[in-house]
Ligand binder design. Structure first.
Ligand code: AMP
Ligand code: ZN
Length: 470
């Protein structure tokens, strides 16, 4: 199995640190709004890696953090350490507590992940529950000469870490020739970044610390939580391409500065989804949520198949036409699945073996999902045509390969939307999903009955967040 490693800028053979086990960290959502379908691509990408690893027999420990404090509105752009806390800003706007905002959007995120058939992480640690871990790490960084305090703010001294820039190419030398950053009165160097920020009067979230009342920076949260749950060195760290710099570059500096050991061995990043050639983002307002997709009559699985139809390292331009094409492909797969189930077992040629080998080879080659998908669809077309001509196939092998491929793709077929395309049915299903999400179970049951009256059975899986913690 080979993965492209952003650290080495090439595909490398993947061998985990500990035989049979993989430690993996995926930067989770900042919970101040619904995830958009760009964000969802990042989580489906991580889930696809995990499914492949489990398929190959590894036991995967996946940690996905919940950022509920410290992500500032300007953090994604540069290291200005300016702007407002995203969760606190939303709380002030909606006259709620930051905790209410964070829990609401965390729930929404977990339910979106469930709808996308993403296997839940083993643990979703929240930043606000790890303030002591964060403070400890900042203390260590100060003691080791990597950080300094000024006026209740603590900054990472980027000049103290010679490897700074090894992930993104943004070495200090390169940064100096690039765009100028605004000077920060407390920083020794404009590229230093905040580990701990002093809370101004009236700031909604703050904790006592050795440097006064304050709150953590966004980058240190992931370093502290990955250290806690995965140890000094682990196997794979994932995120979107905008995380390469500054977020993951900062994580490396903090983690390796603390432990003196290598941090994540592989960094894998998915590229962005664009809308009309522009990055889909909340700040630009040009985004769609999963609910927008469902409201238009599509299944979350159409979206999943759309993601898989492009390689994760290529940008993807979202259009409704491409989503409609993905839906057609999903229908093809669903119908084929039904056909296999209702076809009697028969002996005949094993037409699946070659397709299976080619499919797995594509997946193991840095998750070449577009190639794997075309191999799968080619296989389906060949078997369909053969069955039409009354040829005999080894249907057990065909069904086995189909299940394996759909499992790797994370495709779930249980919604009635595959059975009927009528607008009325789609509307009923969408309304029922909405009712379930809003926990209006009486309405959900009524809509289920209406669907049943039209001959549609709806099967739901348990919401991931309702499962006991593992
Ligand atoms: P956030 O909640 O903003 O921290 O982002 C969550 C994840 O979504 C991160 O891994 C981002 O890199 C990723 N992401 C943000 N915008 C996009 C986009 N337009 N396309 C793909 N991934 C994105
Ligand atoms: Zn992170």
């Amino acid at each position: 199995m080979r993965f492209y490693n952003t650290l080495s800028k090439k595909k490398e053979e993947f061998v985990p640190l500990n035989p049979g086990k993989v430690g993996m960290y995926t930067c989770g959502p900042t919970v101040y709004d619904f995830a958009h379908i760009g964000n969802m691509r990042a989580y489906v990408f991580s889930d696809t890696i995990r499914r492949l690893l489990e398929h190959e027999g590894y036991e995967v420990r996946l940690i996905k953090n919940i950022t509920d404090v410290g992500h500032l509105t300007e953090d994604d752009l540069a290291q200005g350490d300016s702007g407002e806390d995203k969760v606190a800003r939303k709380a002030a706007k909606e006259k709620k507590t930051p905790e209410e905002i964070a829990r609401f959007y965390e729930d929404a995120f977990r339910s979106d992940e469930e709808r996308m058939n993403i296997i839940p992480a083993q643990f979703f640690p929240r930043a606000t529950a790890h303030i002591p871990h964060i403070i400890r790490m900042v203390e260590t960084l100060i003691a080791k000469g990597h950080a300094y305090e000024v006026n209740g703010n603590v900054f990472y001294d980027v000049t103290s870490f010679p490897d700074y820039g090894k992930l993104s190419g943004n070495t200090l030398e390169n940064l100096k020739t690039g765009a100028r950053l605004e000077e920060h009165p407390d920083k020794r160097n404009p590229w230093d970044f905040a580990l701990w920020l002093s809370a101004p009067k009236g700031h909604l979230m703050h904790w006592p610390s050795p440097w006064g009342e304050g709150y953590p920076g966004w980058h240190i949260e992931c370093s502290a939580m990955s250290l806690e749950y995965l140890g000094d060195t682990f196997d794979i760290h994932t995120g979107g391409e905008d995380h390469i710099f500054p977020h993951h570059e900062a994580e490396i500096a903090q983690s390796e500065g603390t432990t003196g050991k290598p941090f994540s061995r592989f960094f894998m990043h998915e590229r962005h989804i664009l809308v009309d050639g522009q990055k889909m983002s909340k700040s630009k307002g040009n985004f769609y949520t999963l609910q927008d997709i469902v409201d238009k009559g599509f299944s979350p699985m159409d979206l999943r198949l759309l993601y898989l139809s492009a390689h994760y390292r290529s940008q993807m331009n979202f259009t409704w036409d491409s989503l409609a094409q993905a839906k057609k492909n999903r229908d093809t797969l669903a119908n084929f699945r039904e056909r296999i189930v209702s076809t009697d077992t028969m002996d005949g040629t094993d037409i699946a073996a070659d397709a299976r080998n080619a499919f797995l080879e594509a997946m193991r080659d840095d998750l070449n999902t577009p190639l794997a998908l075309s191999i799968l669809l080619g296989f389906v077309n060949r078997v369909n045509a053969g069955l039409d001509r009354k040829e005999s196939f080894d249907m057990t092998a065909a069904a086995g390969f189909l299940d394996e491929a759909l499992g790797l793709f994370g495709m779930r077929f249980e919604s009635s939307t595959t059975i009927s395309d009528s607008d009325e049915i789609r509307d009923l299903v969408a309304r029922r999903e909405q009712a379930r999400r809003e926990k209006d179970f009486a309405l959900a049951d009524r809509l289920r009955d209406e669907l049943a009256a039209r001959g549609i059975q709806v099967r739901d899986s348990v919401l991931a967040k309702d499962l006991p913690a593992t």
